[in-house]
Design a protein around this ligand. Structure first.
Ligand SMILES: *Cc1c(COP(=O)(O)O)cnc(C)c1O
Length: 369
């Protein structure tokens, strides 16, 4: 879809990367780190300064204690953390439950581990995408090893509530499952919606591999710097795989992200506020253009239903959208195991400059005339 945007000159509200930079002082720290010699292999688990900053950040935001020596592992983005966790903890034939639609790397990582992905579908209920607790319970079998939980959730924008997380936590304990949590949008929630890490629920810290990343938090998706927090034996397992994927993550970014976690809290708060405005700007425009719009409580993304515009297939719709309106979006069906369940949904990203959103909205109005 990004290639289609380039070819046609359409505005790209498809891929979810921001079009503005991260905090200037943090960028300067990366330059400084390179200039002052942080250019050789860092230790396998990551630069100690970053592991310490991650540990402090977990304690401050979530009252979770992780020992920087043994319970924190720096990875090449959340993507590597997810792959290493799945490869480390699943045997061939194991089942991994993930909420569908899901981030595309999950299915690939699970396939590499020769495990089986079992999708539990999120469906619109009262304006937000949610799962049916009975359907989740029914998905657990004797082969289930792991639940992959992404909240705030890409691509639906759902932020799981404490009640929803409690259902997941109880199942994990009842069936002795490991939870792997993808929390890359932990700071990007709106209207005061709290992000609750699954590891903070009773009995969950000891069975949860908690994954975060600097990419979305600091608008540096190209830095590919993420981290895992978990009990030592789980971190050791993940690190054993990570060692032969990449051995270690790039040094300069680690130094800079440690600085960001310690000093850029206000910048993150400003990003969150600005994204909430952008969300509202895009939602108003999409509503005016005739879409049914689902209000996201977090992330960069708005889900829409295209049926009020007279379309039923999101793939066909998004292929034609550059010609119809000069805009590119993503057909949500690509995030499903069973594409027919998401055939009529289309995802738009709002992590873009206001003038870009305004121009896209003006163009999309063509759809309703
Ligand atoms: C962007 C994204 C990732 C990837 O994070 P990196 O740190 O860039 O690897 C993982 N999960 C979700 C849900 C994402 O949206």
């Amino acid at each position: 879809m990004s290639a289609l945007a380039t070819q046609t000159g359409a505005i790209n509200l498809g891929q979810g990367f921001p079009d503005t930079d991260g905090p200037a002082a943090m960028l300067d720290r990366a330059v400084h780190a390179i200039r002052s010699g942080a250019n050789q292999y860092p230790p396998g688990p990551g630069v100690m300064e970053l592991r310490q900053a991650v540990s402090e950040h977990r304690a401050e935001h979530y009252a979770l204690a992780y020992d920087p020596a043994g319970e924190v592992l720096v990875t090449v983005g959340a993507t590597e953390a997810i792959a290493a966790a799945v490869l480390a903890l699943c045997e061939p034939g194991d089942e991994v439950i993930a909420f569908e639609p899901y981030y595309d790397s999950y299915a690939a990582s699970i396939a590499l581990a020769q495990a089986r992905l079992v999708g539990v579908t999120l469906r619109p209920v009262e304006g937000r995408f949610a799962f049916d607790p009975d359907e989740l319970r029914a998905a657990v079998t004797s082969r289930t090893r792991m639940i992959l939980v992404n909240s705030p959730h890409n691509p639906t924008g759902t932020v799981f509530t404490r009640a929803e997380l409690t259902v997941i936590a109880e199942l994990c304990q009842e069936h002795d499952l490991i939870a792997v949590t993808d929390e890359v949008y932990e700071h990007l929630t709106f209207d005061g919606a709290p992000h609750i890490p699954l590891a903070t629920l009773p009995g969950m810290r000891e069975r949860t591999v908690m994954i975060s990343s600097a990419g979305k938090t600091f608008s540096v998706t190209g830095w590919k710097t993420g981290w895992v927090c978990a009990p030592a034996e789980l971190v050791t397992a993940v690190q054993t795989v990570k060692q032969f994927l990449t051995f270690t993550a790039s040094a300069p970014w680690q130094v800079a992200v440690a600085f960001g976690l310690r000093h850029e809290g206000e910048w993150i708060a400003a990003l969150r506020a600005s994204l909430q405005d952008k969300r509202d700007r895009l939602m108003d425009g999409l509503t005016a253009a005739g879409f049914e719009v689902f209000k996201p409580a977090g992330t960069y993304f708005v889900q829409t239903d295209i049926r009020p515009l007279g379309f039923t297939d999101g793939l066909e719709f998004t292929r034609r959208l550059p010609e119809l309106a000069g805009v590119v979006a993503i057909p949500t069906q690509v995030f499903y195991d069973r594409p027919e369940r998401g055939g009529h949904f289309v995802r738009f990203a709002f992590c873009k400059k206001d003038e870009v959103i305004d121009e896209a909205v003006a163009r999309l109005k063509r759809l309703s005339v």
